[in-house]
Write a protein that binds this ligand. Structure first.
Ligand SMILES: *Cc1c(COP(=O)(O)O)cnc(C)c1O
Length: 389
């Protein structure tokens, strides 16, 4: 069997049709869209068509879309830009303990500068309680930032309700929708969001490009200085092939959303069920409110990292619940935030399925996981000693 890719939350392969759409802009259409001549104007036209298309898919207006270098930049622009623009009104920001580092570390950097940051807890499924958001609101709150869907455990947050709470209290609401866009319907009106970040390479578009939606009338300070691109909000010549490819990828994702969701959910549930049939395995994240492709399971008595390497040896690409920082393995902040033990967090492995995965791959993976888990446990002193505790 060919190698099996189940790490689509880290990145996805580029869709052929997106690549085809990009090609002319890597070759003959090389004009700078800021130039007034025909070379430039043709490229400008293609960029603006993409902006209109993506705005439409998000329920937004083209003027509310700012192209960026990806999700991380869009999150930074939203949070830092809004915080700076509103600092005479207040300095309190609310976020959650399960955010991506692009949000969490940005908020913590603002805290170093004197902003007050409330990091809300989550329940055992990784869910934020909208009442906790309401309770955390203060007179000086200027921004709430909550992710739409979690990249590690797949939990889909009640963003619509949190958006209502934000709107009622006149506080800006930012969502990191990087994992949601292309996998779930995302509409800035139904979700009541003011700021939204997305990234092309998570929905089969190219790497290094994304966008920030900024609701009309929302004040956000620019972070980069230079040319007047993106209405002065994001200086620097645009990543034209990237923008074109992103637009095509998003269009494809939403034209096949229902069909892809159904297929992926069925593969996901087959993999989850097979994993949970194994001894001392536990599902992480929410049992039902989860991304269509997310499987995150902890196997007691083993290290997820060891399982990852064992599966890689068998040709299967997954991800573990640990992050390597300064040479040692730390259990993920998301898993720890759900209240599990460090040992269970260390035993976690994430399979993020994509539209190319098949039933045969799921069954092969289940067999491989079983073999690897049995082998690792046979070498684990924790497992050997468990009867004696
Ligand atoms: C991947 C990811 C990001 C970062 O996006 P980049 O385009 O890689 O910078 C941010 N948030 C979430 C939830 C992600 O999954």
């Amino acid at each position: 069997m060919d190698r099996i890719y189940m790490d689509n939350a880290a990145t996805t392969p580029l869709e052929e049709k997106a690549l085809e759409a990009m090609m002319p802009f890597l070759k003959e259409n090389y004009g700078n869209p800021s130039s007034a001549h025909t070379f430039g104007r043709e490229v400008r036209k293609a960029v603006e068509e993409t902006r209109e298309k993506m705005a439409f898919l998000l329920g937004a207006k083209p003027e509310e879309i700012y192209f960026t270098s990806g999700g991380t930049e869009a999150d930074n622009m939203a949070i830092v830009g809004a915080a700076r623009a509103l600092q005479d009104r207040g300095n309190h920001i609310i976020t959650t303990s399960v955010e991506h580092h692009a949000v969490l570390d940005t908020c913590l950097a603002l805290q170093e500068e004197g902003f007050e940051v409330t990091v809300l807890p989550v329940d055992q499924h990784g869910m934020v309680d909208p009442d906790d958001v309401r309770d955390a609101l203060q007179d000086n709150t200027i921004l709430i930032s909550v992710m739409h869907a979690n990249n590690e455990v797949g939990t889909i947050q009640p963003v619509e309700e949190i958006g209502r709470a934000a709107r009622e209290s006149n506080v800006l609401f930012h969502i990191d929708a990087v994992q949601a866009v292309g996998n779930l319907p995302v509409n800035v009106e139904t979700l009541n969001v003011d700021l939204l970040a997305l990234s092309a390479h998570k929905f089969y578009g190219p790497k290094g490009v994304g966008l920030l939606y900024v609701r009309e009338g929302t004040k956000v300070n620019r972070l980069t200085h230079g040319g007047g691109q993106e209405k002065g909000m994001r200086a620097g010549t645009e990543n034209i092939p990237g923008i074109i490819g992103m637009g095509k990828a998003m269009e494809l994702a939403y034209s096949q959303l229902e069909e892809n969701t159904r297929r992926m959910e069925s593969l996901r549930d087959r993999l989850i069920q097979g994993c949970l049939e194994m001894e001392e395995a536990k599902l992480n994240g929410h049992p039902t409110r989860r991304l269509p492709g997310n499987v995150n399971v902890s196997f007691e008595y083993i290290e997820g990292e060891a399982l990852l390497l064992s599966l890689d040896f068998k040709g299967i690409a997954a991800s573990s619940g640990s992050a390597c920082s300064s040479g040692s393995m730390n259990p993920s902040h998301v898993l720890m935030a759900t209240g599990m033990s460090e040992q269970t967090a260390r035993g976690a492995i994430r399979f993020s399925l994509g539209r190319h995965n098949t039933v045969e791959e799921i069954d092969y993976t289940l067999q491989a996981v079983k073999e690897s888990v049995d082998k690792l446990r046979s070498m684990s002193s924790l497992y050997q000693g468990k009867g004696e505790r």
